[in-house]
Design a protein around this ligand. Structure first.
Ligand code: 4NP
Length: 164
């Protein structure tokens, strides 16, 4: 598939070492399992720059590995050109969302990641960085379910418009 036909997804959090690399790894894992990875360009970034070049947090790597997911990305900070390079900017919480809005992203481009869960679910992926290991299990579960639904939406075939 040519690059111009791919869905280009950027997962965004604050530090780019916990939530967004997990979302990136989980989404890629699911896309590979379904045989549709070539339909996507996937990356992640942080709104902050403290962890540029760092591997994901060891607690994020550990929970991912327990579920067979490898995290390979390195921390990077979001930059203005990302609003042109990606179709969907998927933010973990409202603070990330507001910062991405200020970079000039179009409203239809930005989403909260948990928009892809049922309405009575939490709206933000909690930041697990300052908490215990169970925070990472909870984050993994939220991201696993939202990535599954997002992938369903992006790979759904359009319904035939009318019967002949
Ligand atoms: P993340 O978590 O946004 O899910 O990657 C954080 C990682 C690092 C920091 C904050 C949140 N930090 O302040 O260094």
């Amino acid at each position: 598939m040519s690059d111009s036909n791919r869905h280009r997804l950027l997962f965004i959090c604050l530090g780019n070492i916990c939530r967004s690399p997990l979302a990136e790894g989980i989404f890629l894992h699911k896309a590979n399992a379904r045989g549709v990875a070539e339909q996507f360009t996937i990356d992640s970034a942080g709104t902050g720059g403290w962890h540029v070049g760092d591997p994901p947090d060891p607690r994020a790597r550990e929970v991912a590995e327990r579920h067979g997911v490898r995290l390979v990305s390195r921390g990077r900070q979001i930059e203005p050109g990302d609003t042109d390079r990606f179709d969907l900017l998927l933010c973990m919480d409202r603070d990330n969302y507001r910062k991405v809005e200020r970079l000039g992203a179009r409203p239809d481009q930005i989403h909260l990641m948990l928009e892809f869960l049922p309405e009575d679910s939490p709206h933000e992926v909690p930041d697990p960085y300052y908490g215990g290991d169970d925070g990472f299990d909870h984050v993994f579960d939220l991201l696993d379910r939202s990535c599954e639904n997002l992938l369903d939406q992006l790979t759904a075939r359009p319904e035939p418009s009318s019967r002949q």
